[in-house]
Ligand binder design. Structure first.
Ligand code: HEC
Length: 125
């Protein structure tokens, strides 16, 4: 019994000794460098970033042949601008209970880009 305890104690001290005692690089930026995946929401354009988000996440339903094209089409800028300016676009893309797309929220950066564009007045740029 004593032997087992002694063995355990030496094992424990070995573990403690080999553990790093201090860690200077304890924040992500020092460890991995600047976050290159940071979300750039400056100067979001309908014709580039927004159309890409729609293409990747919405068009299967909101363009011709999509389930909701007849009632909620996103074919033209004016059509999307309407839901942007009445608040429904950002509401639904951030909604936990009724998200768009219906399968679940998009990645945060796509949602931030949509929001930035809506805040800028949903311009046709
Ligand atoms: C799988 C099909 C599908 C996808 C993908 C989808 N939608 Fe929808 N969307 C619908 C349907 C069906 C409705 C109508 C029923 C409802 O409001 O839930 C709707 C409703 C909406 C509404 C409410 C409009 C209103 O006037 O009430 C908005 C805004 C919207 N979608 C935005 C989006 C956006 C933005 C995307 C992509 C990020 C997207 N949807 C992706 C099917 C889809």
């Amino acid at each position: 019994m004593k032997k087992t305890l002694a063995a355990l104690a030496s094992l424990l001290s070995l573990v403690l000794l080999t553990m790093p005692t201090s860690c200077y690089y304890d924040n992500e930026e020092d460890l991995y460098g600047p976050d290159t995946t940071a979300c750039d929401t400056a100067a979001i354009r309908y014709s580039v970033e927004i159309k890409k988000i729609l293409e990747d996440n919405c068009n299967s339903c909101h363009l011709p042949t999509g389930v909701t094209y007849s009632s909620i089409p996103f074919e033209t800028h004016a059509q999307l601008q309407e839901v942007a300016l009445n608040g429904k676009l950002v509401d639904r893309t951030n909604s936990i209970s009724a998200p768009m797309p219906q399968t679940g929220l998009m990645d945060k950066c796509s949602r931030l880009k949509l929001e930035a564009w809506v805040k800028a007045g949903a311009p046709n740029n």
